[in-house]
Design a protein. Structure first.
Length: 118
């Protein structure tokens, strides 16, 4: 059973930076794609970005491209979301998720709150 635990959320001023972590366990993730999603109050959950675990290849939503970077540490089985130049509209609960390559995301963490003040 895949387990995902996010951490690192908090309150930051606009223009600031934050790093989220997603500790993964329960599988060998070489055949997985890991993603970050976010959900703001009253809005649908939206895709932020993803990384293919085996290759490190990343993909980002246009709204965060150039500001957010996803990385992973194979030894720690941990994925990171490095967020720079944060904006108030980045305020949301951030979730990490895992999917076998070619399949939908079906493993989710509990989420971590990010609040960006103006």
């Amino acid at each position: 059973q895949v387990q995902l635990v996010e951490s690192g959320g908090g309150l930051v001023q606009a223009g600031g930076s934050l790093r989220l972590s997603c500790a993964a366990s329960g599988r060998t993730f070489s055949s997985y794609r890991m993603g970050w999603f976010r959900q703001a109050p009253g809005k649908e959950r939206e895709f932020v970005g993803s990384i293919t675990w085996s290759t490190g290849s990343t993909y980002y939503a246009d709204s965060v491209k150039g500001r957010f970077t996803i990385s992973r540490d194979n030894a720690k089985n941990t994925m990171y979301l490095h967020m720079n130049s944060l904006k108030p509209e980045d305020t949301a609960v951030y979730y990490c998720a895992a999917a076998l390559l070619g399949f939908k995301y079906d493993n989710w963490g509990q989420g971590t709150q990010v609040t960006v003040s103006s």
